[in-house]
Design a protein around this ligand. Structure first.
Ligand SMILES: [Zn+2]
Length: 130
C-alpha cells in the first residue's frame, strides 16, 4: 500500500524511519502484551539509535494523546450520525480507546521517531559493517 520512502511505510510496516529496512519493534503485533514495550536499541541495518537520549519517548505521549483524541472524535461523530444517544456513545468510545490502547502506544512511538528522521536513500541497502 505504501512504498518505501514514504513516512507511512515506516509507521505501518514497523520499519526504521531512516533506512526503512530494519525493524523498529521486536514484535510488530501490538496485542502480544508480553512484548509490547520491547523495541530494538538500534536499527539492525543502518545502526540508527532509536532512543536518542534518556526519556526520549516521553514525547510520544503527545502523539498518543493526539491519536486518542482523533479516535474519540471519530467514534463520537459516527455515533452522532447514527443517532446513538450520549451514554451508549460514551461507552463505545471508552471500549474503543481501551481496545486500541496497544495500537496507539506502538504507533505513537514510531510516529514520534518519524518526526526526527526521514527516509535517507544513503542508508537504503546499508549493513552495519559498511
Ligand atoms: Zn535503519
Amino acid at each position: 500500500m505504501f512504498k518505501k520512502g514514504n513516512m507511512l511505510y515506516s509507521i505501518f510496516k514497523n520499519k526504521c524511519p531512516r533506512c526503512h529496512e530494519g525493524d523498529f519493534y521486536i514484535d510488530g503485533n501490538p496485542y502480544h502484551f508480553k512484548k509490547l514495550f520491547d523495541m530494538h536499541k538500534t536499527c539492525s541495518k543502518c545502526d540508527l539509535r532509536y532512543e536518542m537520549e534518556p526519556s526520549f519517548f516521553h514525547g510520544a505521549m503527545y502523539v498518543s494523546y493526539g491519536l486518542t483524541v482523533a479516535t474519540f472524535v471519530t467514534i463520537f461523530v459516527i455515533c452522532y450520525l447514527l443517532g446513538i444517544s450520549l451514554v451508549p456513545s460514551a461507552i463505545a468510545i471508552l471500549v474503543a480507546i481501551v481496545l486500541l490502547m496497544p495500537v496507539t502506544f506502538k504507533l505513537s512511538r514510531i510516529i514520534y521517531m518519524n518526526f526526527f528522521y526521514s527516509y535517507d536513500e544513503k542508508y537504503k541497502n546499508s549493513t552495519k559493517n559498511d
